[in-house]
Design a binder for this molecule. Structure first.
Ligand code: URA
Ligand code: SF4
Length: 246
């Protein structure tokens, strides 16, 4: 997926436009568009396929049964909903929960691309096969779920959709195990961004060991105030702010 600079300068601005959007036919049948929800400074971004019935009614992502399972799994990482950003490939509910059509995905994609660009997450967790394919077209969910995949300046962690896990208890365990890899994915992404600087890498290793030893949640907001950057990390330029998060 390309990440070009976009017409929007804030997550709120994107949301306002999504709420009024009529770029595709899904606008005709929706109750509410669902732009996404969570921290605009999130290190981890979750991307589902599209809103379902409950989401359409409430205007919020993952608030139905699949959402409740997602909450439980986030708890186990541990992460809070406020720590992460949750959105979907298409922002309006496809009627009867059908798959979104290619032209609908194409019409909606600029919003997702702009959200990714502005939030700049380290890790994208795709929920389900369709979302994975936007970022990793050669992927197969049965092979690639739970893999930490380098997609440039961030990493992708494809996982099964929580709705699939609700239908199949075996997938439930797999999804649970894959979600537990999120901290490792965050660490991988950190090394990716500093790969050219071995000295920075070792400093980051120490810092993150300390943070995890303290049981710190993967929360940009929680950690940005209480962990001062080591001098070496300040030399890392525009990654500096994110270096201090872990
Ligand atoms: N399924 C999705 O893919 N997204 C939601 O927001 C809810 C259910
Ligand atoms: Fe607009 Fe996306 Fe909703 Fe289509 S799905 S109307 S492109 S916000």
């Amino acid at each position: 997926m390309s990440e070009q600079s976009s017409a929007w300068s804030s997550i709120d601005q994107i949301a306002s436009e999504v709420l009024a959007c009529t770029r595709c036919v899904l606008a005709d049948t929706r109750i509410n568009a669902v732009p996404g929800d969570g921290s605009t400074n999130a290190a981890v971004m979750f991307i589902g396929e599209g809103p379902g019935k409950n989401e359409d009614e409430q205007g919020l992502p993952f608030v139905g049964r699949a959402g409740k399972l997602l909450d439980t799994l986030l708890d186990e990482v541990p992460l809070r909903r406020d720590d992460v950003f949750i959105t979907n490939v298409v922002k309006c509910r496809p009627p009867s929960n059908r798959d979104p059509e290619p032209d609908e995905v194409a019409a909606c994609l600029p919003y997702l691309e702009a959200q990714i660009e502005l939030i700049d997450p380290r890790v994208i967790v795709t929920l389900g096969r369709h979302s994975m394919l936007r970022f990793y077209p050669q992927g197969k969910i049965s092979n690639d779920h739970g893999r930490i995949i380098n997609i440039g300046k961030r990493v992708l962690l494809p996982v099964y959709h929580p709705a699939a896990a609700l239908r199949n208890p075996r997938l439930n365990e797999t999804l649970r195990a894959d979600m537990r890899r999120i901290p490792e994915a965050v660490r991988e992404s950190l090394l990716l961004r500093t790969a050219s600087r071995a000295d920075v890498k070792s400093t980051v290793g120490e810092v993150r060991t300390r943070e995890y030893a303290q049981g710190a949640a993967i929360s940009a907001r929680e950690t940005e105030t209480d962990s001062a950057p080591a001098p070496e990390m300040e030399e890392a330029g525009d990654d500096q702010d994110q270096m201090t998060l872990f």
